[in-house]
Design a protein around this ligand. Sequence first.
Ligand SMILES: Cc1cc2nc3c(=O)[nH]c(=O)nc-3n(C[C@H](O)[C@H](O)[C@H](O)COP(=O)(O)O)c2cc1C
Length: 198
Amino acid sequence: MTTLLYLKTSVNGDNSRSDRLSHDFIAARRWNQPELQLITRDLVSDPLPHLGREQWDALRLPPEQCDARQLAYRHQSDQLIAEFDRADAVVIALPLYNSGIPSQLKAYFDLLARAGISFTFTEEGPKGLLRDRDVYLIATRGGQLGAEEDHQIPAVRQFLALLGITRIHTLIADGLDLSAEQRERSLLAAGERIAAMA
Ligand SMILES: Cc1cc2nc3c(=O)[nH]c(=O)nc-3n(C[C@H](O)[C@H](O)[C@H](O)COP(=O)(O)O)c2cc1C
């Protein structure tokens, strides 16, 4: 059985375009693989703590030096890494907010990055310790960006590379808040691409 992990990150609830496109992708994938097991992690409804001093100490100090809250954070990190690692493929709904990725997704990434567990340091630089797998980035944007202005997809790609994940597939639906015509065009093109990607 194939396990698909879906990371939901939009603050727009039922009006989210990244969520709708991700659902279309998952439905198409299910059509091809009826046995698919879906794990949904809603990072907005069920937010994770942000990385602060207390959390950073929790991840880097020996457990004996951690208090109960820090042990809970550390345990959460262990569980999220295990959940991610169980997944054969991952879908990330990726809206563009204030020129970057949703802060909830960043908080999740901060829990996935664990030296000695999900990556390690070598003389050539950091090396990922997780097995490679397909990750689908379903990106939505109100406007349109030049390549040098894109701090959305490169940020995620670079983070996943740290863990050893390189099989990244991207879909961008942009210009969604420019005009009704542009939105329609963009969502139509995204729908066609989803069918091919799934
Ligand atoms: C808080 C917020 C910040 C946004 N910032 C940007 C931005 O910097 N650049 C942009 O092109 N669109 C921006 N948008 C528009 C969203 O990227 C767009 O509406 C997209 O559909 C959001 O995905 P979602 O519908 O899944 O939430 C922003 C929207 C919100 C709600």
